[in-house]
Write a protein that binds this ligand. Structure first.
Ligand code: NAP
Ligand code: MG
Length: 401
């Protein structure tokens, strides 16, 4: 299909998604448990923004990669997790189509509904049959996509453990592979930061989407002199967080995605207590039915503690202190992950120093969890490789000669 035609289809998808945003938001919250305010103000509009953004690139690929012949890869197999179901689908489908590929997408077993609704929308956009195929199922369905010899590219977002399996399965097959895996992001607060603003950034960093976020700011490093102030303000702020019905617009923290995930989170809370860290949870009411977890933090956490090293993927924050820049850089980089980081300070020089020394794909300064289709996203180390978003995201779906 000519590039300009492809761009029109991708644009039409964006427009339809915008029109049906309300319906998609309700389905997303009912299916996965996230607060409606987040699906409505974040997941769905940001998903639409990705289609708008990549629609514009379809006939300008030559500008993205000057003097290099570009061609689509063929069939892209895309496997996504349950934490941002429609948004992850948009991240993957929009650049794939803009670059002229076809798609086989497998949503997570617990959250297939918005991907299926998107399939309906694609029909309404009159995308030719077979260009995008949504296949539901569990891990075995994902493995079938990975192992299909007619699939030329695999884009995977999910756990580091499954990412490693896929890396082995595709080795030597010539399939192009991008991996967006787990994280354990440091959120670093210097004494010169605007503390109230930083506290809001911590709250958003760890309690957005119940902490089911690969780039969640799950490790907090506070400069020693402001530790007590930050913890006191954080505990105070936790009291006002409403845990409950995902469809209620006053809800801050919705349901945990599955019984299995709640089990994992509770296991880590026990580990934290047994490791000698000090637990604090807000005392809010929890609904009687379903899977829920109170906003949780630990103080007195050792760098070697499992709750400071391993991804929990829930609303659990591990707090440590630091005295010097070198110390915090060393601690922040000291996990197997390298997806994202946050820095809170009044000093531009500290920000520039840290952005070059932190091994993280994204470093947010005086903000957190900001996403824009124009900017690349992806990890170092065991957080994966390849970038999605921006011009970088196009390269993942093209043969560049
Ligand atoms: P997961 O278990 O790795 O699952 C991710 C996807 O892979 C699901 O669709 C899953 O299907 C499928 N899958 C499972 N086993 C497979 C196999 N052997 N071969 C192929 N596909 C397979 O991850 P999760 O626990 O659902 O999601 C949370 C993880 O995703 C966290 O580690 C998080 O950090 C990561 N994540 C990373 C990013 C990023 O951009 N870096 C973004 C979001 C999430 P089923 O769901 O049906 O099992
Ligand atoms: Mg899983």
């Amino acid at each position: 299909m000519p590039a300009a035609e492809r761009g029109k289809y991708v644009y039409r998808i964006a427009r339809l998604l915008q029109e049906k945003a309300r319906e998609f938001a309700v389905i997303e919250s009912m299916d996965g448990g996230k607060p409606i305010r987040e699906s409505r103000d974040f997941d769905i509009p940001v998903a639409a923004a990705h289609f708008f953004y990549y629609a514009g690139w379809a006939d300008k690929l030559g500008y993205a990669f000057p003097n290099r012949p570009v061609a689509p890869l063929g069939v892209a197999g895309q496997i996504i997790p349950w934490n941002f179901p429609l948004l992850m689908a948009a991240w993957k489908i929009a650049p794939a189509l803009a670059c002229g590929n076809t798609v086989v997408l497998k949503p997570a077993e617990t959250t297939p509904l918005t991907a299926l609704k998107l399939a309906e929308l694609l029909q309404e956009a009159e995308l030719p049959d077979g260009v995008v195929n949504i296949v539901t199922g569990a891990g075995a369905t994902g493995a079938a996509v990975v192992n299909d010899p007619d699939i030329n590219k695999i884009a995977f977002t999910g756990s580091t453990a499954v990412g490693k399996l896929i890396q082995r399965a595709t080795a030597g097959t010539g399939k192009k592979l991008t991996l967006e895996l787990g994280g354990k992001a440091p959120n670093i607060i210097f004494a010169d930061a605007t503390i109230d603003q930083a506290v809001e950034g911590i709250v958003n960093g760890i309690w957005f989407n119940q902490g089911h976020v690969c780039c969640a700011g799950s490790r907090l490093y506070v400069e020693e002199s402001v530790h007590d102030e930050v913890v006191r303000k954080l505990k105070h702020r936790m009291k006002s967080l409403v845990v409950g019905d995902p469809l209620d617009k006053n809800t801050d923290i919705g349901a945990i995605n599955s019984r299995e995930q709640l089990g994992t989170i509770n296991k880590y809370i026990k580990i934290g207590i047994n490791e000698g860290s000090e637990l604090y949870q807000s005392s809010c009411e929890l609904p009687s039915k379903g899977f829920w977890c109170r906003p949780t933090l630990f103080t007195n956490v050792a760098q070697s503690a499992r709750i400071a090293q391993e991804e929990i993927f829930g609303p659990v924050l591990a707090i440590q202190t630091f005295r010097t820049m070198d110390e915090v850089i060393q601690k922040a980089n000291n996990t197997p992950y390298g997806l994202s980081a946050g820095v809170w300070t009044d000093k531009g020089s500290k920000i520039f120093n840290l952005t070059t020394k932190l091994r993280a794909g994204v470093v947010w300064a005086n903000t957190f969890n900001k996403f824009d289709p124009t900017s690349p996203f992806g990890g170092y180390k065991e957080s994966g490789y390849g970038r999605e978003g921006g011009v970088h995201g196009l390269g993942a779906y093209l043969k560049l000669n």
